[in-house]
Design a protein around this ligand. Sequence first.
Ligand code: XMP
Length: 513
Amino acid sequence: RLLIVDFGSQVTQLIARRLREAGVYCEIHPFQSVDQAKLKQFDPKAIVLSGGPASVIEGQAPSADPAIFTAKVPVLGICYGEQTMAQQLGGTVESGHHREFGRAELEVKKPSALFDGVWQPGDKKQVWMSHGDRVTKLPPGFSVIATSENAPFAAISDEARKFYAVQFHPEVMHTPDGAKLLRNFALNIAGFKGDWTMAAFKDRAIAQVRAQVGKGKVICGLSGGVDSSVVAVLLHEAIGDQLQCVFVDHGLLRLDEGEQVVRLFRDHYNIPLVHADASELFLKALDGVTDPETKRKTIGALFIDVFEAEAKKIGGAQFLAQGTLYPDVIESVSFTGGPSVTIKSHHNVGGLPARMNMKLVEPLRELFKDEVRDLGRELGLPADLVNRHPFPGPGLAIRIPGNITKEKLDLLRQVDAVYLDEIRKAGLYDEIWQAFAVLLPVRTVGVMGDGRTYDQACALRAVTSTDGMTADYYPFDHAFLGRVANRIINEVRGINRVTYDITSKPPGTIEWE
Ligand code: XMP
């Protein structure tokens, strides 16, 4: 295993992704948690020190535990990681008068195991920099292997101790050769085989589930989304009929989605599945609720009640399976310690296990979203499910501003189906992070044939994103938008106006509520 010590950079997760793409299993841990005891228990074969927002020349600057440098394993420091490494090993860091942000040109000065097969002395290469401070005096044993205009020590190494440090960010795409350098570090320098694959992960995950669960019974909540589907199929492979799935159908799903879930899991996979049709209950609870946060909380609370009641009916389960992903469990490095603002309260069943006295089974805890998709493919899940756009827990309720009724839900389902059908036909589905329709609480005047219409308006939304944290609106061409609008107005009775949402996130959010 490789250990990534996180100093709070925005892009630390990318280091992990690049390494995993090279077949190297790694984990991210906050710098405060990495001490001698942790190193002993983790037993890393190599260590990467990430970048971070702090400055080593400030008094309270975070530092790496000295045990990291005496563990006799290769260490790679990146950006802030380079600076703290240089300072802790006896070099000097100063505030740069010339800060570097963005693309910079690097000149390779000496051969190094880090550059093997990628860069030669004399090469000039593009890298991505983002730093104010810089190393100005080398620690003993180190030499400069590459420079840039504003960072004379842009890359340094002590080849004997296998210590490497770079001022630039090899993990981002704007350093085109960066992934190869990280691969060199892990495979050539640290001796990883690069054989961490999804097939190997699957076998190990199945063995772990069997060991954890024994002869116990596991309940898994299915939503029709990628994560819970992958959990269900993995668990079914691991423990067969000891798994019981519960699908709480809140009636806020897209067209035919509920039936698809039942068909796939009950009929195709033969997984014992309770389909709890609670749509009436949810409609009743939502009656008169128009405030977005109240909507979310109402749905979340009722979801837990229904799920709990179904789980009690099944009885005898000691375990609850969940599709928790790695980004949810990485402890974040916090420098401010202040409370962060809740933009939207998210729908999950986090409080359930304690309330029901159940233990958690979370086989996806170590995976990123795209790795979950790989695992889904490895498990033979259908491609349209594995590649499905994210769908929020509260479903269509947060895509209908104002009061929710069955009629509005049915209307929105039809609009959504036409829109997604056109996106698929145009071959754009996989390019888009998420696409959906919103039913607007306005009626407008139109003309159809010889008659006047006074019907509802809808908005279409489509965004690109890598993690849902930021997003850009998708630049459909006008012919496409025209075709979709035409079909919606002709095929969906009750809609006579279509608009396209061109807000990015930030300042907008992806969902409307
Ligand atoms: P926003 O609207 O906050 O959405 O920009 C970011 C991403 O999160 C999804 N989303 C949710 N997912 N439960 C979920 O599981 C929720 O309550 C929820 N709310 C928003 C949203 O669809 C987008 O992908």
